[in-house]
Design a protein around this ligand. Sequence first.
Ligand code: KIV
Ligand code: ZN
Length: 515
Amino acid sequence: MSQDKLIIFDTTLRDGEQSPGASMTREEKIRIAKALEKMRVDVIEAGFPIASPGDFEAVRAVAESVKDSTVCGLARALDKDIDRACEALRGANSARIHTFIATSPIHMKMKLRMEPDQVVEQAVRAVKRARQHTDNVEFSPEDAGRSEIDFLCRIIEAVIDAGAGTINIPDTVGYNVPAQFGDLIRTLIERVPNADKAVFSVHCHNDLGLAVANSLSAVMNGARQVECTINGLGERAGNAALEEIVMAVRTRQDIFPCNVDLDTTQIVPCSRLVSGITGFVVQPNKAIVGANAFAHESGIHQDGVLKSRETYEIMQAQDVGWSANRIVLGKHSGRNAFRSRMHELGMEFESEEALNEAFARFKDLADKKHEIYDEDLQAIVTEANLEAINERYKLVALRVCSETGETPRADIALAIDGKEYKASETGGGPVDAAFRAIESIVNSGTELQLYSVNNITSGTDAQGEVTVRLERAGRIVNGQGADTDIVIASAKAYLNALNKVMEPGEREHPQLGDV
Ligand code: KIV
Ligand code: ZN
Protein backbone atom coordinates (compact mmCIF):
# COMPACT_ATOMS: atom_id res chain seq x y z
CA MET A 1 0.00 0.00 0.00
CA SER A 2 1.48 3.39 -0.95
CA GLN A 3 2.29 5.76 1.89
CA ASP A 4 1.16 9.18 0.67
CA LYS A 5 1.23 12.00 3.15
CA LEU A 6 -2.12 13.30 4.34
CA ILE A 7 -1.80 17.07 4.79
CA ILE A 8 -3.41 18.32 7.99
CA PHE A 9 -4.83 21.81 7.54
CA ASP A 10 -6.05 23.28 10.81
CA THR A 11 -8.69 25.99 10.68
CA THR A 12 -9.36 26.43 14.43
CA LEU A 13 -8.21 30.04 14.24
CA ARG A 14 -10.44 30.84 11.24
CA ASP A 15 -13.50 28.60 10.86
CA GLY A 16 -13.33 27.57 14.54
CA GLU A 17 -13.33 31.20 15.53
CA GLN A 18 -16.50 31.82 13.48
CA SER A 19 -18.33 29.91 16.20
CA PRO A 20 -20.41 32.43 18.21
CA GLY A 21 -18.50 33.40 21.35
CA ALA A 22 -15.23 31.76 20.24
CA SER A 23 -13.46 34.93 19.17
CA MET A 24 -9.84 35.04 20.28
CA THR A 25 -7.39 37.83 20.89
CA ARG A 26 -4.16 38.17 18.93
CA GLU A 27 -2.13 36.78 21.86
CA GLU A 28 -4.48 33.82 22.25
CA LYS A 29 -4.20 33.08 18.53
CA ILE A 30 -0.42 33.14 18.76
CA ARG A 31 -0.48 30.67 21.65
CA ILE A 32 -2.74 28.29 19.77
CA ALA A 33 -0.72 28.65 16.57
CA LYS A 34 2.49 27.82 18.47
CA ALA A 35 0.81 24.74 19.96
CA LEU A 36 -0.30 23.65 16.47
CA GLU A 37 3.20 24.19 15.15
CA LYS A 38 4.59 22.11 18.01
CA MET A 39 2.17 19.37 16.97
CA ARG A 40 3.66 19.68 13.44
CA VAL A 41 0.36 20.62 11.76
CA ASP A 42 1.15 21.22 8.08
CA VAL A 43 -1.02 24.29 7.42
CA ILE A 44 -2.50 26.73 9.94
CA GLU A 45 -5.35 28.90 8.64
CA ALA A 46 -4.82 31.94 10.86
CA GLY A 47 -7.86 34.04 9.93
CA PHE A 48 -9.66 36.25 7.43
CA PRO A 49 -7.48 39.36 7.25
CA ILE A 50 -9.99 41.70 5.61
CA ALA A 51 -12.63 41.05 8.31
CA SER A 52 -11.31 43.77 10.63
CA PRO A 53 -8.03 45.47 11.59
CA GLY A 54 -7.86 43.10 14.59
CA ASP A 55 -8.13 40.04 12.34
CA PHE A 56 -5.46 41.45 10.05
CA GLU A 57 -3.09 42.03 12.98
CA ALA A 58 -3.72 38.55 14.35
CA VAL A 59 -2.89 36.89 11.01
CA ARG A 60 0.20 39.05 10.70
CA ALA A 61 1.35 38.14 14.22
CA VAL A 62 0.79 34.42 13.63
CA ALA A 63 2.64 34.61 10.29
CA GLU A 64 5.59 36.18 12.07
CA SER A 65 5.60 33.77 15.03
CA VAL A 66 5.23 30.44 13.23
CA LYS A 67 8.27 29.10 11.43
CA ASP A 68 7.65 25.42 10.65
CA SER A 69 4.01 25.27 9.49
CA THR A 70 2.59 27.03 6.43
CA VAL A 71 0.39 29.95 7.49
CA CYS A 72 -2.75 30.54 5.45
CA GLY A 73 -5.10 33.52 5.12
CA LEU A 74 -8.65 33.37 3.81
CA ALA A 75 -9.86 35.73 1.08
CA ARG A 76 -13.09 35.95 -0.87
CA ALA A 77 -12.53 35.95 -4.63
CA LEU A 78 -12.00 39.71 -4.58
CA ASP A 79 -8.85 41.71 -5.31
CA LYS A 80 -9.11 43.71 -2.08
CA ASP A 81 -9.41 40.53 0.04
CA ILE A 82 -6.51 38.83 -1.70
CA ASP A 83 -4.22 41.85 -1.44
CA ARG A 84 -5.04 42.28 2.23
CA ALA A 85 -4.38 38.59 2.94
CA CYS A 86 -1.03 38.80 1.14
CA GLU A 87 -0.06 41.84 3.15
CA ALA A 88 -0.90 40.07 6.41
CA LEU A 89 1.14 37.02 5.39
CA ARG A 90 4.22 38.92 4.26
CA GLY A 91 6.29 37.90 7.30
CA ALA A 92 5.57 34.16 6.96
CA ASN A 93 8.29 31.63 6.19
CA SER A 94 5.75 29.75 4.11
CA ALA A 95 2.43 31.40 3.17
CA ARG A 96 -0.73 30.22 1.45
CA ILE A 97 -3.69 32.22 0.13
CA HIS A 98 -7.05 30.45 0.34
CA THR A 99 -9.64 32.03 -1.90
CA PHE A 100 -13.23 30.92 -2.38
CA ILE A 101 -16.52 31.61 -4.11
CA ALA A 102 -19.84 29.83 -3.84
CA THR A 103 -20.79 27.38 -6.61
CA SER A 104 -24.11 25.80 -5.60
CA PRO A 105 -27.19 26.95 -7.57
CA ILE A 106 -28.84 28.33 -4.43
CA HIS A 107 -25.76 30.30 -3.32
CA MET A 108 -25.03 31.67 -6.81
CA LYS A 109 -28.63 32.77 -7.33
CA MET A 110 -29.68 33.93 -3.87
CA LYS A 111 -26.44 35.06 -2.22
CA LEU A 112 -24.13 36.13 -5.02
CA ARG A 113 -26.82 37.00 -7.60
CA MET A 114 -24.36 35.94 -10.28
CA GLU A 115 -24.53 33.73 -13.35
CA PRO A 116 -22.33 30.58 -13.37
CA ASP A 117 -20.10 32.07 -16.13
CA GLN A 118 -19.42 35.12 -13.98
CA VAL A 119 -18.55 32.90 -11.02
CA VAL A 120 -15.97 30.98 -13.08
CA GLU A 121 -14.50 34.23 -14.39
CA GLN A 122 -14.21 35.72 -10.90
CA ALA A 123 -12.66 32.54 -9.46
CA VAL A 124 -10.01 32.43 -12.20
CA ARG A 125 -9.22 36.10 -11.77
CA ALA A 126 -8.86 35.65 -7.98
CA VAL A 127 -6.50 32.69 -8.33
CA LYS A 128 -4.37 34.57 -10.87
CA ARG A 129 -4.19 37.57 -8.58
CA ALA A 130 -3.17 35.41 -5.62
CA ARG A 131 -0.52 33.73 -7.80
CA GLN A 132 1.07 37.13 -8.38
CA HIS A 133 1.91 37.11 -4.66
CA THR A 134 2.64 33.43 -3.94
CA ASP A 135 2.79 30.10 -5.71
CA ASN A 136 0.87 28.44 -2.86
CA VAL A 137 -2.80 29.06 -3.69
CA GLU A 138 -5.84 27.11 -2.56
CA PHE A 139 -9.29 27.45 -4.10
CA SER A 140 -12.61 26.38 -2.55
CA PRO A 141 -15.94 26.17 -4.38
CA GLU A 142 -18.11 27.05 -1.37
CA ASP A 143 -21.09 24.74 -0.82
CA ALA A 144 -19.49 22.21 -3.18
CA GLY A 145 -21.48 19.52 -1.39
CA ARG A 146 -24.67 20.93 -2.99
CA SER A 147 -23.14 22.03 -6.32
CA GLU A 148 -23.74 20.44 -9.73
CA ILE A 149 -20.99 18.03 -10.67
CA ASP A 150 -20.54 19.35 -14.25
CA PHE A 151 -20.18 22.90 -13.00
CA LEU A 152 -17.75 21.82 -10.28
CA CYS A 153 -15.58 20.02 -12.87
CA ARG A 154 -15.61 23.09 -15.07
CA ILE A 155 -14.61 25.61 -12.38
CA ILE A 156 -11.99 23.30 -10.85
CA GLU A 157 -10.32 22.72 -14.22
CA ALA A 158 -10.27 26.49 -14.83
CA VAL A 159 -8.73 27.38 -11.44
CA ILE A 160 -6.08 24.66 -11.70
CA ASP A 161 -5.15 26.13 -15.09
CA ALA A 162 -4.99 29.53 -13.41
CA GLY A 163 -2.49 28.21 -10.85
CA ALA A 164 -4.37 26.78 -7.84
CA GLY A 165 -2.28 23.96 -6.32
CA THR A 166 -4.89 22.84 -3.78
CA ILE A 167 -8.57 22.29 -4.53
CA ASN A 168 -10.64 22.17 -1.38
CA ILE A 169 -14.13 20.68 -1.53
CA PRO A 170 -16.27 22.07 1.30
CA ASP A 171 -19.45 20.50 2.57
CA THR A 172 -20.36 23.95 3.87
CA VAL A 173 -23.75 23.07 5.34
CA GLY A 174 -22.92 19.52 6.48
CA TYR A 175 -25.42 17.96 4.06
CA ASN A 176 -23.38 15.11 2.60
CA VAL A 177 -23.14 11.48 3.71
CA PRO A 178 -19.97 9.37 3.63
CA ALA A 179 -20.43 7.05 0.62
CA GLN A 180 -21.80 9.85 -1.57
CA PHE A 181 -19.14 12.37 -0.47
CA GLY A 182 -16.39 9.83 -1.17
CA ASP A 183 -17.90 9.25 -4.63
CA LEU A 184 -17.93 12.99 -5.26
CA ILE A 185 -14.20 13.25 -4.54
CA ARG A 186 -13.35 10.21 -6.66
CA THR A 187 -15.49 11.48 -9.55
CA LEU A 188 -13.87 14.92 -9.46
CA ILE A 189 -10.37 13.45 -9.45
CA GLU A 190 -11.30 11.15 -12.36
CA ARG A 191 -13.18 13.71 -14.45
CA VAL A 192 -11.18 16.94 -14.09
CA PRO A 193 -8.56 16.64 -16.85
CA ASN A 194 -5.77 18.46 -14.96
CA ALA A 195 -6.61 16.96 -11.53
CA ASP A 196 -3.10 15.51 -11.26
CA LYS A 197 -1.72 19.07 -10.97
CA ALA A 198 -3.47 19.72 -7.64
CA VAL A 199 -3.92 18.21 -4.21
CA PHE A 200 -7.58 17.52 -3.43
CA SER A 201 -8.70 18.61 0.00
CA VAL A 202 -11.95 18.36 1.97
CA HIS A 203 -13.60 20.64 4.52
CA CYS A 204 -16.63 19.13 6.25
CA HIS A 205 -19.14 20.62 8.63
CA ASN A 206 -20.84 18.50 11.25
CA ASP A 207 -24.54 19.39 10.96
CA LEU A 208 -25.52 15.72 10.62
CA GLY A 209 -22.70 14.51 12.86
CA LEU A 210 -20.85 13.18 9.77
CA ALA A 211 -17.95 15.61 9.34
CA VAL A 212 -15.23 13.14 10.35
CA ALA A 213 -16.85 10.19 8.53
CA ASN A 214 -17.22 12.28 5.35
CA SER A 215 -13.61 13.48 5.56
CA LEU A 216 -12.30 9.93 6.03
CA SER A 217 -14.43 8.65 3.17
CA ALA A 218 -12.91 11.38 0.99
CA VAL A 219 -9.41 10.29 2.05
CA MET A 220 -10.22 6.71 0.99
CA ASN A 221 -11.22 8.17 -2.38
CA GLY A 222 -8.16 10.28 -3.09
CA ALA A 223 -8.28 13.42 -0.93
CA ARG A 224 -4.81 14.17 0.45
CA GLN A 225 -5.59 17.18 2.61
CA VAL A 226 -8.19 17.40 5.38
CA GLU A 227 -9.33 20.69 6.89
CA CYS A 228 -10.28 20.35 10.52
CA THR A 229 -10.31 22.04 13.92
CA ILE A 230 -9.19 21.15 17.44
CA ASN A 231 -12.10 19.67 19.42
CA GLY A 232 -14.24 20.02 16.25
CA LEU A 233 -14.74 23.71 17.11
CA GLY A 234 -16.75 25.61 14.51
CA GLU A 235 -20.02 27.30 13.67
CA ARG A 236 -23.27 25.44 14.40
CA ALA A 237 -22.33 21.76 15.02
CA GLY A 238 -18.68 22.49 14.23
CA ASN A 239 -16.06 21.22 11.80
CA ALA A 240 -14.36 17.83 11.48
CA ALA A 241 -12.28 17.21 14.63
CA LEU A 242 -8.53 17.14 13.96
CA GLU A 243 -7.84 14.65 16.74
CA GLU A 244 -10.37 12.14 15.39
CA ILE A 245 -9.11 12.36 11.80
CA VAL A 246 -5.47 12.04 12.81
CA MET A 247 -5.99 9.14 15.20
CA ALA A 248 -8.30 7.26 12.81
CA VAL A 249 -5.70 7.44 10.04
CA ARG A 250 -2.87 6.54 12.38
CA THR A 251 -4.72 3.70 14.14
CA ARG A 252 -6.12 2.15 10.95
CA GLN A 253 -2.99 2.05 8.83
CA ASP A 254 -4.26 -1.31 7.59
CA ILE A 255 -6.91 0.50 5.53
CA PHE A 256 -5.83 4.11 4.91
CA PRO A 257 -3.52 4.57 1.93
CA CYS A 258 -1.74 7.52 3.57
CA ASN A 259 -0.33 8.65 6.90
CA VAL A 260 0.03 11.79 8.97
CA ASP A 261 3.25 13.33 10.17
CA LEU A 262 2.14 14.83 13.48
CA ASP A 263 3.34 14.66 17.07
CA THR A 264 0.14 13.18 18.45
CA THR A 265 1.31 13.60 22.07
CA GLN A 266 0.49 17.29 21.64
CA ILE A 267 -3.20 16.57 20.96
CA VAL A 268 -4.51 16.69 24.54
CA PRO A 269 -2.48 19.78 25.59
CA CYS A 270 -3.69 21.55 22.45
CA SER A 271 -7.29 20.51 23.06
CA ARG A 272 -7.09 21.89 26.60
CA LEU A 273 -5.53 25.12 25.39
CA VAL A 274 -8.31 25.69 22.84
CA SER A 275 -11.08 24.85 25.27
CA GLY A 276 -9.51 27.05 27.98
CA ILE A 277 -9.18 30.01 25.64
CA THR A 278 -12.57 29.75 23.95
CA GLY A 279 -14.55 28.49 26.94
CA PHE A 280 -15.99 25.68 24.80
CA VAL A 281 -15.91 22.78 27.20
CA VAL A 282 -15.04 19.31 25.83
CA GLN A 283 -17.75 16.76 26.60
CA PRO A 284 -16.42 13.88 28.79
CA ASN A 285 -17.29 11.19 26.24
CA LYS A 286 -15.72 13.02 23.28
CA ALA A 287 -13.41 10.69 21.32
CA ILE A 288 -9.66 11.07 21.99
CA VAL A 289 -9.78 14.27 24.11
CA GLY A 290 -12.81 13.71 26.39
CA ALA A 291 -12.02 13.05 30.06
CA ASN A 292 -13.54 9.55 29.77
CA ALA A 293 -12.07 8.65 26.39
CA PHE A 294 -9.61 6.20 27.92
CA ALA A 295 -11.39 5.39 31.19
CA HIS A 296 -12.35 1.73 31.44
CA GLU A 297 -15.17 1.78 33.94
CA SER A 298 -16.83 -1.60 33.66
CA GLY A 299 -15.39 -4.51 35.58
CA ILE A 300 -15.18 -6.71 32.47
CA HIS A 301 -13.20 -4.07 30.58
CA GLN A 302 -10.87 -3.39 33.50
CA ASP A 303 -10.19 -7.08 33.92
CA GLY A 304 -9.46 -7.46 30.20
CA VAL A 305 -7.21 -4.40 30.07
CA LEU A 306 -5.22 -5.59 33.06
CA LYS A 307 -4.65 -9.02 31.46
CA SER A 308 -3.75 -7.59 28.08
CA ARG A 309 -4.16 -3.93 27.12
CA GLU A 310 -5.19 -4.73 23.53
CA THR A 311 -8.34 -6.59 24.66
CA TYR A 312 -10.20 -3.30 24.87
CA GLU A 313 -7.74 -0.50 23.99
CA ILE A 314 -7.08 0.41 20.38
CA MET A 315 -4.84 3.38 21.22
CA GLN A 316 -2.66 4.31 24.18
CA ALA A 317 -3.71 7.31 26.22
CA GLN A 318 -0.15 8.61 26.41
CA ASP A 319 0.16 8.57 22.59
CA VAL A 320 -2.35 11.44 22.43
CA GLY A 321 -0.84 13.27 25.36
CA TRP A 322 -2.83 12.08 28.35
CA SER A 323 -0.72 11.95 31.44
CA ALA A 324 -2.28 10.51 34.58
CA ASN A 325 -3.10 13.42 36.93
CA ARG A 326 0.43 13.74 38.24
CA ILE A 327 1.38 16.04 41.06
CA VAL A 328 4.04 18.05 39.33
CA LEU A 329 4.86 20.80 41.77
CA GLY A 330 4.05 21.85 45.30
CA LYS A 331 4.39 24.60 47.85
CA HIS A 332 8.14 24.11 48.16
CA SER A 333 8.97 23.96 44.46
CA GLY A 334 11.33 26.69 43.35
CA ARG A 335 11.39 29.06 40.42
CA ASN A 336 13.63 26.81 38.31
CA ALA A 337 11.40 23.76 38.75
CA PHE A 338 8.43 25.96 37.82
CA ARG A 339 10.14 27.38 34.73
CA SER A 340 11.32 23.98 33.55
CA ARG A 341 7.88 22.31 33.90
CA MET A 342 6.32 25.25 32.07
CA HIS A 343 8.91 24.80 29.32
CA GLU A 344 8.05 21.09 29.04
CA LEU A 345 4.40 22.11 28.66
CA GLY A 346 5.33 24.45 25.81
CA MET A 347 4.75 27.65 27.81
CA GLU A 348 7.53 30.18 27.50
CA PHE A 349 7.78 33.58 29.17
CA GLU A 350 8.55 36.68 27.20
CA SER A 351 10.49 38.28 30.04
CA GLU A 352 11.82 37.61 33.54
CA GLU A 353 9.03 39.88 34.77
CA ALA A 354 6.36 37.66 33.19
CA LEU A 355 8.00 34.58 34.73
CA ASN A 356 8.09 36.23 38.16
CA GLU A 357 4.46 37.25 37.86
CA ALA A 358 3.37 33.70 36.95
CA PHE A 359 5.57 32.25 39.69
CA ALA A 360 3.89 34.53 42.25
CA ARG A 361 0.48 33.25 41.08
CA PHE A 362 1.77 29.69 41.39
CA LYS A 363 2.90 30.32 44.98
CA ASP A 364 -0.48 31.83 45.84
CA LEU A 365 -2.24 28.80 44.43
CA ALA A 366 0.13 26.37 46.17
CA ASP A 367 -0.80 27.99 49.48
CA LYS A 368 -4.47 27.16 48.89
CA LYS A 369 -4.04 23.86 47.10
CA HIS A 370 -1.06 21.74 48.05
CA GLU A 371 -0.79 19.58 44.94
CA ILE A 372 -0.33 21.42 41.69
CA TYR A 373 -1.02 19.56 38.42
CA ASP A 374 -0.18 20.43 34.82
CA GLU A 375 -3.78 21.58 34.33
CA ASP A 376 -3.33 24.09 37.18
CA LEU A 377 -0.18 25.45 35.57
CA GLN A 378 -2.02 25.90 32.27
CA ALA A 379 -4.80 27.76 34.07
CA ILE A 380 -2.25 30.07 35.74
CA VAL A 381 -0.92 31.12 32.34
CA THR A 382 -4.41 31.53 30.85
CA GLU A 383 -5.36 33.75 33.83
CA ALA A 384 -2.21 35.83 33.57
CA ASN A 385 -2.82 36.35 29.84
CA LEU A 386 -6.45 37.29 30.38
CA GLU A 387 -5.51 39.88 32.96
CA ALA A 388 -2.74 41.32 30.85
CA ILE A 389 -5.19 41.88 28.00
CA ASN A 390 -8.33 42.90 29.83
CA GLU A 391 -7.50 46.22 31.30
CA ARG A 392 -10.86 47.95 31.38
CA TYR A 393 -12.82 46.09 34.09
CA LYS A 394 -10.86 44.45 36.90
CA LEU A 395 -11.93 42.68 40.04
CA VAL A 396 -10.49 44.41 43.10
CA ALA A 397 -12.31 42.60 45.91
CA LEU A 398 -15.33 40.37 46.43
CA ARG A 399 -17.04 39.30 49.62
CA VAL A 400 -20.06 37.01 49.58
CA CYS A 401 -22.31 35.98 52.39
CA SER A 402 -24.34 32.82 52.01
CA GLU A 403 -26.22 31.34 54.94
CA THR A 404 -29.08 28.87 55.42
CA GLY A 405 -32.38 30.74 55.50
CA GLU A 406 -30.81 34.08 54.48
CA THR A 407 -30.69 35.84 51.12
CA PRO A 408 -27.17 35.61 49.66
CA ARG A 409 -25.40 38.93 49.36
CA ALA A 410 -22.28 40.13 47.52
CA ASP A 411 -20.12 43.21 48.16
CA ILE A 412 -17.88 43.98 45.23
CA ALA A 413 -15.16 46.46 44.36
CA LEU A 414 -14.26 46.90 40.70
CA ALA A 415 -11.70 49.03 38.91
CA ILE A 416 -12.94 50.54 35.67
CA ASP A 417 -10.20 52.22 33.67
CA GLY A 418 -8.22 52.38 36.90
CA LYS A 419 -10.97 54.06 39.02
CA GLU A 420 -12.52 52.09 41.87
CA TYR A 421 -16.30 51.53 42.29
CA LYS A 422 -18.17 49.59 45.00
CA ALA A 423 -21.61 47.97 45.13
CA SER A 424 -23.62 45.48 47.18
CA GLU A 425 -26.48 43.33 45.89
CA THR A 426 -28.51 40.31 46.91
CA GLY A 427 -29.42 37.42 44.62
CA GLY A 428 -30.81 33.91 44.29
CA GLY A 429 -27.37 32.52 45.15
CA PRO A 430 -23.88 33.95 45.77
CA VAL A 431 -22.97 33.91 42.06
CA ASP A 432 -26.23 35.62 41.11
CA ALA A 433 -25.63 38.25 43.80
CA ALA A 434 -22.07 38.84 42.55
CA PHE A 435 -23.23 39.26 38.92
CA ARG A 436 -25.99 41.65 40.03
CA ALA A 437 -23.45 43.69 42.00
CA ILE A 438 -21.20 43.94 38.92
CA GLU A 439 -24.14 44.98 36.77
CA SER A 440 -25.27 47.62 39.24
CA ILE A 441 -21.93 49.33 38.54
CA VAL A 442 -21.43 48.57 34.84
CA ASN A 443 -25.02 48.53 33.57
CA SER A 444 -23.81 46.77 30.43
CA GLY A 445 -27.09 45.95 28.71
CA THR A 446 -25.86 42.38 28.15
CA GLU A 447 -27.82 39.18 28.45
CA LEU A 448 -26.34 36.11 30.15
CA GLN A 449 -26.60 33.20 27.71
CA LEU A 450 -24.53 30.54 29.42
CA TYR A 451 -22.92 29.91 32.78
CA SER A 452 -20.90 26.76 33.39
CA VAL A 453 -18.42 25.55 36.00
CA ASN A 454 -15.89 22.75 35.61
CA ASN A 455 -13.23 21.58 37.96
CA ILE A 456 -9.77 21.75 36.42
CA THR A 457 -8.50 18.75 38.38
CA SER A 458 -10.23 16.46 40.85
CA GLY A 459 -10.80 17.00 44.57
CA THR A 460 -12.72 19.62 46.51
CA ASP A 461 -9.68 21.90 46.63
CA ALA A 462 -9.50 21.90 42.80
CA GLN A 463 -9.69 25.16 40.89
CA GLY A 464 -13.07 25.83 39.34
CA GLU A 465 -12.99 27.03 35.74
CA VAL A 466 -16.02 29.12 34.89
CA THR A 467 -17.34 30.09 31.47
CA VAL A 468 -19.79 32.95 31.04
CA ARG A 469 -21.40 33.75 27.68
CA LEU A 470 -22.82 37.24 27.21
CA GLU A 471 -24.78 38.73 24.34
CA ARG A 472 -24.98 42.43 23.54
CA ALA A 473 -26.60 43.87 20.40
CA GLY A 474 -26.17 40.57 18.53
CA ARG A 475 -22.53 40.16 19.55
CA ILE A 476 -21.77 37.02 21.56
CA VAL A 477 -18.64 36.47 23.62
CA ASN A 478 -17.36 33.92 26.12
CA GLY A 479 -15.41 34.85 29.24
CA GLN A 480 -13.35 32.58 31.49
CA GLY A 481 -12.09 32.72 35.03
CA ALA A 482 -10.38 30.22 37.33
CA ASP A 483 -9.96 30.15 41.09
CA THR A 484 -10.18 27.70 43.97
CA ASP A 485 -13.20 29.80 45.03
CA ILE A 486 -15.87 29.35 42.37
CA VAL A 487 -17.69 32.60 43.20
CA ILE A 488 -14.47 34.52 42.58
CA ALA A 489 -13.86 32.44 39.42
CA SER A 490 -17.41 33.37 38.31
CA ALA A 491 -16.88 37.10 38.89
CA LYS A 492 -13.58 36.94 36.96
CA ALA A 493 -15.29 35.11 34.08
CA TYR A 494 -18.11 37.67 34.01
CA LEU A 495 -15.64 40.57 33.89
CA ASN A 496 -13.60 38.80 31.23
CA ALA A 497 -16.72 38.50 29.06
CA LEU A 498 -17.64 42.15 29.73
CA ASN A 499 -14.18 43.27 28.65
CA LYS A 500 -14.67 41.50 25.35
CA VAL A 501 -18.29 42.44 24.66
CA MET A 502 -17.89 46.12 25.51
CA GLU A 503 -14.90 46.46 23.20
CA PRO A 504 -15.81 48.25 19.95
CA GLY A 505 -15.07 46.67 16.60
CA GLU A 506 -17.36 44.64 14.41
CA ARG A 507 -15.91 42.14 11.97
CA GLU A 508 -17.15 40.85 8.67
CA HIS A 509 -18.19 37.22 8.31
CA PRO A 510 -16.45 35.81 5.20
CA GLN A 511 -19.43 33.79 4.03
CA LEU A 512 -22.05 36.50 4.51
CA GLY A 513 -20.24 39.42 2.92
CA ASP A 514 -20.94 40.66 -0.61
CA VAL A 515 -18.90 39.39 -3.50
O1 KIV B 1 -17.44 25.92 5.03
C1 KIV B 1 -16.95 26.54 4.07
O2 KIV B 1 -17.40 26.46 2.93
C2 KIV B 1 -15.79 27.39 4.33
C3 KIV B 1 -15.07 27.89 3.14
C4 KIV B 1 -14.66 29.31 3.30
C5 KIV B 1 -13.93 27.00 2.83
O3 KIV B 1 -15.41 27.58 5.48
ZN1 ZN C 1 -16.28 26.05 6.84
